[in-house]
Design a protein around this ligand. Structure first.
Ligand SMILES: Cc1ncc(COP(=O)(O)O)c(C=O)c1O
Length: 412
């Protein structure tokens, strides 16, 4: 077996402390943390001067690709604590025919290639590694499916017990996947926030570590590697605009943090992508808050969409998402489920790329933004396809052939 040097070599770490995302109050980085003392998300901070003196782009370029290439930007202290299932660098796939038809410049970052078929492998790979480092033996989370699948797999790998709570109507494949990969999975007759409440209530009696989105500081650092990897792939030059399907917002906040850190190091210039949060019209709390100019988002009543991963009626990191959108000069946009399905079908039929509904929402949003002029045709756009489309129900096929009878080939 060829050893991945990223998983075998010790490398220095540069974490100094954790900051409360709301108050800036410092917290200890080397004890297990959940929310800040103010009840808000915590963000990992690094000694970037020391980091910049220890590693440069050329050194990174010689390492194997994948999220652990960026080890100095991550909080895991000891190599032995890394829990890995073979995280690849996900490709940036072009869409030449669609691009030509629209007159636009788009690329799709296909996160569906990661272990467990989604970008959740980045966040949970990191969170489970850090949990192992800090002595956690039991974890729990609410999930729309993909995060639970990743937590199940990485916890099993790490020997950590996993409890997962999932809305009853989450995609069946993912529900089975979570249970099959070793987690104790419970279907809940409610939404993701109802599942989240159960995880919170069970904390004391069950003694588990709550791995809910942004209720612990580590997942976001894993998701941050999307931004690091994107910059690396593009020669440390960033696209003009990024379309991201936004539920809890970890990826969007994480990428924005990555660009901040790269900017502080001087690895990228002043240019930053405009960040666009894509939601479904049936659950669009960030769009409403962005348009209203508020700092926080009101919970969305009666959320419904086929894109389960973005059916998040209230996000604890709402102010961080909105801050990133505004700082970047981006915006938030809602698309109808009908347009999501049409976009998914178009990408599959024209480019041979099977996006998940959440990913397809970014394509629908991109087309909408080109049409209404919010994005111009000469801007380079990266769309995030956060999971493989194979985990979701696809339209039924009715064409059949009876092989015992003669075939009328003219009807095919
Ligand atoms: C496929 C997919 N896309 C997007 C999201 C939303 O991700 P985030 O929590 O980073 O906003 C999820 C979350 O479950 C998801 O599974």
């Amino acid at each position: 077996m060829i050893a991945d040097r990223n998983l075998a070599e010790d490398r220095p770490t540069f974490v100094t402390h954790l900051d409360c995302g709301a108050t800036g109050e410092a917290h200890d980085a080397d004890v297990l943390q959940g929310l800040s003392r103010a009840g808000k998300p915590l963000l990992v901070r690094y000694d970037l001067d020391a980091l910049g003196a220890a590693v440069d782009k050329e050194t990174l370029a010689k390492r194997p690709p994948g999220m652990w290439r960026y080890r100095e930007f991550l909080p895991v202290r000891h190599t032995a604590n890394i829990v890995s299932l073979g995280e690849v660098a996900t490709p940036l796939v072009d869409a030449p025919r669609i691009g030509a038809a629209l007159g636009g410049r788009l690329m799709i970052k296909d996160e569906g290639r990661l272990p467990t078929g989604s970008f959740k492998a980045r966040g949970l790979g990191l969170a489970v590694s850090k949990a192992k480092e800090l002595g956690v033996t039991r974890m729990a989370m609410p999930t729309a499916g993909n995060a639970g699948a990743a937590m199940a797999a990485y916890c099993t790998r790490a020997g950590i017990e996993a409890f997962v709570f999932c809305p009853d109507d989450a995609p069946e494949v993912t529900i089975s996947e979570i249970a099959f990969q070793g987690a104790k999975l419970y279907r809940v007759n409610g939404l993701i926030n109802d599942c989240g409440r159960l995880v919170g209530e069970g904390k004391e009696p069950m003694g588990w570590f709550d791995a809910s989105t942004l209720k612990e500081p580590y997942r976001i650092e894993g998701k941050k590697t999307m931004g690091l990897e994107l910059a690396d792939q593009l020669g440390w030059d960033l696209p003009d605009v990024i379309f991201y399907p936004t539920g809890g917002g970890t990826g969007l906040i994480g990428m924005w943090k990555a660009f901040d850190e790269l900017g502080a190091l001087g690895w990228i210039g002043k240019k930053r992508p405009r960040m666009v949060a894509v939601q479904s019209a049936g659950c669009a709390p960030m769009v409403r808050a962005f348009d209203a100019g508020t700092e926080h988002a009101e919970p969305w009543a009666d959320p419904h969409t086929i894109a389960h991963g973005i059916r998040v009626p209230a996000a604890i990191g709402d102010f961080l998402i909105l801050r990133a959108l505004r700082e970047s000069g981006g915006f938030a946009v809602a698309v109808d489920d009908r347009d999501i399905l049409a976009a998914q079908a178009e990408m599959a039929a024209i480019e041979g790329l099977l996006m998940c509904p959440e990913g397809a929402a970014t394509f629908a949003a991109y087309k909408q933004a080109l049409a209404d002029g919010r994005v111009s045709r000469d801007e380079t756009a990266v769309l995030f396809n956060c999971a493989t489309g194979l985990k979701y129900p696809l339209p039924p096929v009715t064409r059949r052939i009876d092989h015992t009878k003669p075939v009328d080939w003219s009807t095919l």
